[in-house]
Design a protein around this ligand. Structure first.
Ligand code: PEP
Ligand code: MG
Length: 586
């Protein structure tokens, strides 16, 4: 038995036999060529075939695993088709008469060294994307067959052990018996981890030495919650796993049942539990029986999927579909939250020093009124197909809310004049995701019909810690008292003005936070669908009055550590009762 430590990528624990992915050796050497144009033509042929392959991978993955998991192939395709990136290589081929694969290899090394030196994990991982795309192109130029065969066709549970897994590798894996990933490279936001989360299996990344030391067929235990893997576990560990597995299966069944129930506390307070959705496709799996509606529909995907601004009619079609699929439940559609770090070529946005503090979301929409108006008109036209609520992102002043509402009224007047229908009453609310909105929440509450707290941004703006920077993750936590105080103030001010207050940031399904949020009076919790059963189950076992007292205690504490300790004691597993005492604390 040997234990390998790594980083916790995706939660959970499983056992299976190791399938070690061999490192693909693809040495590239320099050679002289005769005809530079012919060499570049050869590359273009390979480039176009690879681009087609990626398009197919995108489509298959979208079908099998949904839009989010498929997005990476779109990104790869953009890199593969980026002639600007390959320009230097072309120049070298022409000037030095060298083979194109060697020229690309050199370009790749230069670019990857630059990305590897970056502080930001996210950017380092984008460097790995460029490396992967270049490697795939080089392998094809060298005539090495790639990407065709199904990787690891297994008939029993297996865990993949690899240096790194490219998105193409992960697609080629047979998912039926796949139980987890262990990689030497990659960070906690790598694609293997994202895929593992989508599939609900554990992943451990950054586990040094695993590919050299673990043999194909070895028995493995992977713990993605704590970030380690054990090769040839002993009897005691296997027994412990069996117990955990039984408890986990029971818990999964329990959550599936709970998802169908309404969320009501023991003392009778009805809480709304909604889902977050990102595109019309994600509504395919929308289960009206398992939630109280859509608490956040992000419209960015609609814009990112297009080569130019989506027309009013195109948007109308999507919004109508979303509202119809919601089958009479409320749907909060958020207006465009783009700009800053989320760039769109056709928008021609300026490069910014501090994208998160820049030209984005409502700021951009109020500046580019024609873009905003198109979206508002499409939303209004769709409103007759369901129960629409419109939400504006990144509000920091009352003027912004007033101006956005005035534009909505203008759009209504236009439609009326054109004889087009829209719903008579469409509540209009805001995301509270900036400290400015928190501090103005008393005033904003008088002019908004609802609030939705966006903790993903609120935490980073309140604690001045970038949500993508691993060095400051210790500050980026909803257990920071400044964040909890901000949440309390927003709920209090919302309720004073008699408007509902929800939360659509990740903290809404954070099991440490749910009891406090309930105690603070949050009316609506919105989250990714797989979390609904867990949160409803927690709410149904809580007493609202007790949680109010708990929230008071927590907010009177001094440090993050004290908050963590207090909330840690309220572990979900303990509340499950004796039968599930063996449940792991995740
Ligand atoms: C948030 O900031 O909490 C939020 C839900 O918005 P996004 O994650 O899209 O920025
Ligand atoms: Mg946000």
């Amino acid at each position: 038995m040997k234990k390998y430590k790594g980083l916790a990528g995706a939660k959970g624990h499983k056992m299976g036999k190791a399938v070690v992915k061999p490192a693909q050796e693809c040495a590239v050497s320099r050679s002289k060529i005769e005809d530079a144009d012919e060499e570049i033509r050869r590359f273009k042929e390979v480039q176009s075939a690879y681009s087609e392959e990626l398009l197919k991978l995108f489509e298959t993955t979208k079908e099998e695993l949904g839009q989010d998991a498929a997005e990476i192939f779109k990104a790869y395709r953009m890199i593969a088709n980026d002639d600007y990136f390959f320009q230097n290589a072309f120049r070298k081929v022409k000037e030095e008469r060298i083979n194109i694969d060697y020229a690309i290899e050199q370009e790749k090394q230069k670019t990857c060294a630059m990305f590897a030196g970056m502080e930001d994990t996210y950017m380092r991982e984008r460097g790995m994307d460029i490396e992967n795309v270049c490697n795939e192109l080089i392998a094809r130029l060298k005539g090495i067959a790639v990407g065709q065969e199904r990787f690891a066709p297994e008939t029993e549970p297996f865990i993949v052990v690899a240096q790194d897994l490219t998105p193409a590798d992960t697609v080629r894996l047979d998912k039926k018996y796949l139980r987890g990933f262990v990689t030497e490279k990659g960070g906690v936001t790598s694609h293997a981890v994202i895929l593992a989360k989508t599939l609900g299996i554990p992943a451990v990344v950054g586990a040094c030495g695993v590919t050299d030391e673990i043999e194909n067929g070895a028995s493995l235990y992977i713990n993605g919650t704590e970030g380690y893997v054990v090769c040839e576990p002993d009897e005691a560990l296997i027994k412990q796993y069996e117990l955990e597995k039984e408890a986990m299966d029971r818990l999964a069944d329990h959550y599936a049942k709970m998802a169908k129930k309404e969320a009501r506390t023991l003392d009778g307070r009805r809480i709304s539990v909604c889902v977050n959705a990102g595109d019309a496709d994600s509504m395919e799996e929308f289960d009206a029986e398992s939630c109280d509606g859509v608490g956040l529909f992000r419209t960015e995907f609609l814009y990112m999927d297009e080569r130019d601004y989506p027309s009013e009619d195109r948007q109308f079609d999507v919004y109508r579909e979303v509202l119809s699929k919601a089958a009479g439940k409320e749907v909060i559609i958020r207006t465009l939250d783009i700009g800053g770090d989320k760039q769109l070529d056709y928008m021609d946005l300026p490069k910014e020093e501090n994208p998160f503090l820049g030209y984005r979301a409502i700021r951009l929409c109020l500046d580019r009124k024609e873009v905003f108006k198109t979206q508002l008109r499409a939303l209004l036209r769709a409103s007759v197909y369901g129960r629409l609520k419109i939400m504006f992102p990144m509000i920091v002043t009352l003027e912004e809310l007033r101006e956005a509402k005035a534009l909505l009224e203008e759009a209504k007047a236009e439609l009326k004049e054109e004889g087009r229908a829209y719903a008579p009453k469409i509540p209009t609310g805001i995301m509270v995701e900036t400290p400015a909105a928190v501090l103005l929440s008393d005033k904003l509450a008088r002019e908004a019909d609802f609030f939705s707290i966006g903790t993903n941004d609120l935490i980073q703006y309140t604690t001045a810690s970038d949500r993508m920077n691993e060095k400051v993750q210790y500050l980026y936590t909803p257990q920071n008292l400044s964040v909890l105080r901000a949440i309390r103030l927003v709920i209090e001010n919302g309720h004073k003005a008699h408007i509902p207050v929800g939360m659509c940031g990740e903290a809404a399904s954070d099991e440490r936070l749910v009891p406090v949020l309930l105690g603070l009076g949050l009316d609506e919790f919105s989250m990714v669908p797989p979390q609904v059963g867990k949160v409803k189950s927690m709410i149904c076992r809580m007493n609202h009055k007790e949680m109010e007292a708990l929230a008071q205690t927590v907010l009177s504490l001094d440090t993050v550590k004290e908050v963590e300790e207090t909330l840690g004691k309220l572990s979900f597993a303990e509340r499950e009762g004796e039968a599930d005492a063996a449940l792991p604390r995740e």
